[in-house]
Design a protein around this ligand. Sequence first.
Ligand code: 26V
Length: 804
Amino acid sequence: MKLTTAQFKTDYRKLLKTLYAEEQDELSTSEQFLVLGNLVRQYLADQWQQTTAEYNRTQRKQVYYFSIEFLPGRLLESNLLNLGILDTVRAGSKELGLDFDQLVAAEPDPGLGNGGLGRLASCFMDSLASMQIAGNGNGIRYRYGLFKQAFINGYQVELPDDWLRNGNVWEVCKESKACTVRFGGNVYLRRDEASGQLVPVYENTQDVLAVPYDTAMLGYHNHVGNTMRLWSAELPPQADDHYYTQADKAAVARITEVLYPDDSNYDGQLLRLHQEYFFSSAGVQSIIRHYRRHQQSLVDLGRQIAIHINDTHPTLVIPELMRILLDEEHLDWSVAWRITTQVMSYTNHTILQEALEKWPQDMLARELPRIYQIIAEIDRRFRVEMTPIYGAERVQRSAPFGDGQVRMAYLAVIGSHSTNGVAKLHTELLQRDVLADLYAIYPERFNNKTNGITLRRWVQLANKPLSELLDQQIGSGWRSASSELETVKAYQNDPAFLAKLAQVKLTNKQRLADYVAATLQIKIDPIALFDVQIKRLHAYKRQLLHVLGIIDLYQRIKAAPDEHYQARVHIFGAKAAPSYYYAKEIIKLINALADLVNHDPAMRDRLKIVFLPNYSVSLAEKIIPAADIGEQISTASKEASGTSNMKLMANGALALATLDGANIEIRDAVGADNLFLFGLTVDEVYAYYAQQNYRAQTLYDQSPRIRRILDALVDDTIPGIQTEGRDIYDSLLRFNDDYFVVRDLESYLAAQAQIDQAYQDQNQWQQRALENIAFAGRFSADKTVNRYAEDIWHVHHQSRPETK
Ligand code: 26V
């Protein structure tokens, strides 16, 4: 849009007066943010409304991305960037005497997700709009986001995240578009006298009103305003013959009160089932209602809409759409089923058994009786159709029902036309292992879609110094076509450019150092190598391996204080699920080690550990541009893809990585010389599983170095971890190290030594950083969503696409 600073200043002053009727200097920073946010919402209204109108007019095929998590991050700057008025508003704010960066920081960061899955959903929302795809988000408006993490005495404590306290400037409540979602009660089928059709009769259900809150998702410089719709649970309007109590109200509100803070374990809580059906049902109902307003017949539905199931949490959209087509639209089963499978597609995000959802059949039957009947019929028909072809055993292993449970991933594959994994290796493992039986039955349904990230947020906004340098060197085309980043390779041997790249990194490290000094009172030297690991705390991600590497360095410095060591700062960001005891012990270990190391004068400035609390999208934006090394050290096979690997790469950090998830594709893109690989391969890990011949204790017995490192956990080297040190030590030796930390330790240490070596040659290091930046465009979410659009959703973006 077009905007002058003068116009902006006038608009700001006017809105400030309308909203607050006060002088500017009476407002707090957060109030100033609200004025600016409201103004930007006015600015984007046109674009948003016109996109919606255009979709209705042209009846373009719509994609609905259903996800129980979204992590959009702060929207002020990204909306301004997309509108093309970021510089104008920054300049205008300055002239108004506002501290723009402070206003940006005053926006609450919506923590409506746990990690990778939720952030991926938001990167996709961003890319859908920028690629001019008619894409809509559908999720839950949690009253409280993921907990706010603090450390007390080194232990994680979880505080409520009251992100809506000052309101949310971006959302619009659409009360008039509310839907009713039914839970519990009894249901039976009765033949309707007049029509002769079977109709379900519901008794004693508990009805919940789903109220939508819409947020605009803007495209980059293209006048697109898509919608992310989040649902909030409320009581239905008071009926004449029935009064609600305060307790009724509280019970209903509970459904959308909090995000489950666990992304590692399936936990069969009733409330989670309610959440899942709540947003699945409300979403499908509103889609069909909207469709019905514009379209006569439903037989074309599969050509007009696509519903994407982001992990299994929204899988109930399958029986829910069947319910509507059967019970409300009176279609035959076979017609309804053909439409449903045509509409639905599913992405799997994990092969961890403990994270695969299964609901007890009796629970589903009680809570969602009609949905249960429909799933039972899906199961019955699957068996009838497939048993003659594939045999009873395979069918028993792969049907929705098994062991008294509904296996949601199986239901998702059976009820959709596409199942994808999120990296090549991950998709292969799905086909070979986790979903092998269904792959044998429906090979044509399986495909890979390697994850991607939006460079607009992760480079343009998070790393302005780098963005400006790139503009100077290769022009600004990369901002809309990320493959243009590759042209920067031409400057690989240009020492002046490499020096500028180094200077950019130093600037970002200084910025992070200032933040660390202000928040944690720890002084870190930007000259040191910044080694970063940022992701959920989980045993398979092996933050422990990183810690053992630090213990090794600490011990080496202690033993030979006069040697030369590459100065290092180890930076962690990670939340542990509140109920994940072991992960919390690792947090305590990291903090205790940080305490020891950071206060040991013998370390001087050579080793520092910084564990930044409350890892979030906005914290990631500060850390990633400052990283020299990004640790991607999961046990091979366990990390489906990873996305911080891509964000770090795009910001010129080199990966320290196992051959897992998308790391493999990153290696293929940048070449093995431009990252540091170590550790077991998937085949080696699987061979250990098959032969059951891994013994961590033997490695400990044979290697004095391993022994010295592990012993530090239990010999009081690190004060304050009596319990934790012993538990962790036991997990490795007594319980035989499920994630091969000990097995990979020496190879990890060797890779770290290579890094120290490599860092000495700064010219060469910057060349490697440059290669990483150059190839980051391959992992742009713009490309990823275009592949979904073509192969899975069969929708076409309009003009100016980034090609494959
Ligand atoms: C999510 C949730 C959300 C709330 C309800 C309970 C629950 C249980 C499990 C999960 C699964 C989270 C899976 C996840 O985040 N997977 C990550 O997905 C990323 C995007 O595809 C991928 O890069 C990571 O490798 C994968 O760990």
